[in-house]
Ligand binder design. Structure first.
Ligand code: AMP
Length: 224
């Protein structure tokens, strides 16, 4: 099964994907995490990616598509994959479809997350992530704080704030989402594989609640 997580920055894609990985054994592949790892290790890819990410812009399609293909080439797709943050443009989506078709496969489900804008900024500013690449648990200092300040509940590593989680970069990330990514909602809706979910404290639905709904939906899909 191949699942795509879609949604503006800060809607909770990584949180929901992380729970799906934990509960269903699917493999979470986050292009943002792969880029951040490369930036930290100062690889060639990391240097190029950083020049875009630090400004809140998307990394060019050719680089991103090749990266995802090479990652998928080494994964057992049959065990289940969650693409977290990819595709982000129609071109990426088409390239993904072509790649999967060549493997006799296809995207099965697209989870589209939405959150009221005023909550998103608050969420991004308060977001902290576990620095341990194997863990990467996401916290929110208000909604879901760690038990000990700055320390991950799960693995004890230090929590960090993402470099691009600052107000200026977030603005550009939103603009790019509206310009380049939001048209994917229609692209996947036409294919009849879109699952819409609202993540909002106002309706008492956070990432964990939505993950539960997605799991229920997946289990029902399998019964059909
Ligand atoms: P994320 O962790 O998904 O919020 O991604 C962080 C940043 O990495 C984004 O703001 C983009 O600059 C870059 N990025 C991640 N995924 C993609 C993608 N599919 N296409 C282009 N750039 C991406």
């Amino acid at each position: 099964m191949i699942i795509i997580m879609l949604g503006a920055p800060g809607t909770g894609k990584g949180t929901v994907a992380g729970i799906l990985q934990e509960k269903k054994g699917f493999k979470q592949i986050s292009t943002g995490d792969i880029f951040r790892k490369n930036i930290k290790e100062q690889t060639e890819l990391g240097k190029i990616a950083d020049s875009y990410i630090s400004k809140g812009n998307l990394v060019p399609d050719d680089i991103t598509v090749e990266l995802v293909k090479s990652v998928l080439d080494n994964e057992d797709i049959e065990k289940g994959i969650i693409l977290d943050g990819f595709p982000r443009t129609i071109n990426q989506a088409e390239e993904l479809d072509k790649y999967l078709k060549s493997k006799d496969n296809k995207v099965d489900l697209v989870v589209n997350l939405t959150t009221p804008e005023k909550e998103i900024i608050e969420r991004i500013v308060n977001r902290r992530v576990c620095s341990n690449q194997e863990c990467k648990t996401v916290y929110n200092l208000v909604l879901n704080p760690p038990k000990v300040p700055d320390i991950c509940d799960k693995c004890g590593s230090k929590l960090i704030q993402r470099d691009d989680d600052n107000e200026e970069t977030v603005k550009a990330r939103f603009e790019n989402y509206t310009k380049q990514t939001s048209s994917l909602i229609e692209y996947y809706d036409k294919k009849g594989i879109l699952f819409n979910a609202v993540v909002s404290k106002e309706i008492n639905k956070l990432g964990a609640d939505v993950a539960r709904d997605v799991i229920e939906h997946i289990d029902n899909m399998k019964k059909r």
